[in-house]
Design a protein. Sequence first.
Length: 230
Amino acid sequence: MGKPDAEGNGPADGLPGLPPEWGRVVVPDDASALAAEATQVRRELRRASGLPGGHRALGLPLLVLLVAVVTTLAGLLVVTWPRANRGTERPTPTPYSPPASLTGQALPALDLVDAQDAPVPLRGLLPAMIILLDGCPCPDRVTEALAAAPADVSVVTVTTGRSAPAAPTTQRQAHVLADPAGGLRSFLGQPARPGTATALLVDRAGTVTRVLPDLGTIESYRSDLSALAA
């Protein structure tokens, strides 16, 4: 039914607040006056549902919407999915250090080879200072060790090649051996480092008394070398 207008002059003919392009909308007092329009709307709906491709025209926008939603979710999943290797592409290098438990362990019964490719039991040369030269030939360091070692302490140089290199030209000769199987380096548990020689000091009983990961000057291990003769 009609209501008075804003100035109280009687009922308004339309509804306020509607889009202007709808024109003037009048609400009748009797709903039966809309019966003809309702019949026409139902007729149009039945006609649209009976047209070929009517359902297809409705399904296409739904399919596009579904694909968009799935694509968006997949993108979010790729971005947020935790990866095990994230942040580990460039690991921070750790300082070189020999295993803390190696000192006090027994030297394994390894057979190395000499320049004639004959087997040499390593434990048969004890007590000994064993110098691994696969990272550095370091002839000066070997010469220092030969000069400082007590008479009954062997100085053994080891490389990973099949043939052992020639010994340094000194009054006292080192036992020059090769370890093609890499058993001694495996026992040490550390890879060779370029420019660095590594040494093991092993007493008469076959026990490792000290590991020198970077063989320095003789003053850094002179007392340990002398103790092997005790």
